[in-house]
Unconditional design. Structure first.
Length: 409
């Protein structure tokens, strides 16, 4: 009887998803992401309000992406060596203090502090993603990472709208206060969580030189490259949808974000379970196709009906593809390199926003935002082509191995 009970307990520990620490991690991540995305639409506006130029307002976005990108590589390796909790909390503290300091600095100071805030963001997001990957049972990693992805998909849709309303009705200082409070609450939740070091995760220290391979994970490069391509389309949606609404004279363009988050909430848990049961092919293929179709429909939007249709298609597509690619990147990588794998993957998203904001704005300026979204869909198509090619290449390699084995017999 004791043996049976022990076996049931062991099985449960291997498959249990909704542990206390997992729930606290999701709640903390949601709070921090809400605080962060409240600054995305309002900080550039505030920069111009206190005398900054359009170029300086754009630097507020670009310098953040660059510093976050650089420190993701450093953080991924540091997480594997020194643990997640300390780095995660340090990242939140940097973001909270830098956010609060925006109230007392000039335009130049905002740009410099934004650079520092990118460091904190790179530290927090990379270490927390690794903590999620560690705490989720391997058999349910697709589902677990799916719920994790919902926290930032929801925050990306809701926080900018809430911040704009607060800034219009009150002032930027209220946005800063709420954002800082959200960071502090997130840190409070994280402090209660035990994040044990994964056995064998501390890399050997080399006596001479620096091994640059420690700053990225080779096995995560393919999913990261695919994420880079699909995230360029997200950059177009997040950065330019409001301007597209002005181009269409459609004041209710914000409905797109509502449809996007509702579709994500409905479909993401289902896609996570499908990933665990059938593999990434059954999630990524339809997801990329749906995202590309959503962008095409969006580019021809002329009514609320077509706007909602575009929102549903893209909301399903991106919420299926991005977390599946992240789970795939982690699964492909050695257990002791999950921090570096997450750093590599999340860096691809930072790079996509840096690249996408420049390329897509160039197209919109010379053509229109409608044309920009059609061109943006080509990045999703390219993502699909590379993904299918990688699948075919693996199948051909497996067939060759089987053939050689048969000849050997």
């Amino acid at each position: 009887m004791k043996i049976t009970t022990m076996k049931l307990s062991e099985t449960e520990s291997l498959t249990k998803l909704w542990s206390k620490d997992y729930c606290l991690l999701l709640a903390a991540n949601l709070l921090v992401y809400l605080g962060f995305y409240m600054l995305v639409p309002t900080l550039p506006t505030y920069t111009q309000e206190i005398g900054g130029s359009t170029l300086q307002a754009s630097l507020v976005i670009s310098v953040f992406s660059v510093s976050a990108l650089i420190f993701r590589f450093v953080t991924g390796n540091a997480v594997d060596a020194f643990g997640k909790k300390l780095i995660c909390l340090a990242g939140i503290i940097i973001m909270a203090l830098s956010t609060l300091s925006y109230l007392w600095v000039s335009v130049t100071g905002i740009i410099l502090i934004r650079l520092v805030q990118g460091i904190g963001w790179g530290m927090f997001s990379t270490s927390l993603a690794t903590a999620i990957a560690d705490i989720v049972p391997l058999r349910r990693r697709g589902e677990g990472m799916g719920y994790y992805s919902l926290t930032f998909i929801v925050s990306m849709s809701l926080a900018p709208m809430a911040a704009i309303i607060i800034m219009n009705q009150f002032k930027f200082t209220d946005v800063i206060g709420i954002s800082t409070l959200l960071f502090v609450l997130g840190a409070g939740l994280l402090y209660q969580i035990a994040m044990p070091q994964v056995k064998g995760s501390k890399p050997a220290v080399k006596k001479q030189g620096i091994d640059w391979r420690n700053f990225y994970e080779r096995q995560a490069l393919l999913p990261s490259m695919l994420c880079f391509l699909i995230s360029i389309t997200l950059c177009g949606v997040m950065s330019y949808l409001m301007l597209f609404g002005k181009e269409l004279n459609m004041t209710s363009i914000w409905i797109y974000f509502v449809g996007n988050v509702v579709m994500s909430l409905i479909t993401r848990p289902l896609m996570g379970r499908l990933f665990d049961e059938r593999g990434h092919v059954f999630v990524i293929l339809p997801g990329v196709i749906s995202a590309a179709a959503g962008l095409i429909v969006l580019s021809y939007t002329d009514s609320i009906a077509t706007l909602v249709a575009a929102s549903v298609l893209y909301g399903f597509g991106f919420s299926a593809v991005q977390p599946s690619l992240q789970t795939w990147a982690v699964n492909r990588s050695p257990a002791q390199r999950k921090g570096a794998a997450n750093g590599t993957f999340l860096s691809s998203m930072d790079l996509s926003f840096t690249f996408g904001s420049v390329v897509l704005s160039f197209i919109a300026e010379r053509q229109s935002y409608a044309v920009m979204y059609r061109v943006s869909s080509l990045f999703a198509v390219l993502c699909l082509v590379i993904y299918v090619y990688s699948l075919v290449r693996v199948r051909v390699g497996q067939a060759a191995v089987v053939s050689e084995a048969g000849l050997g017999e």
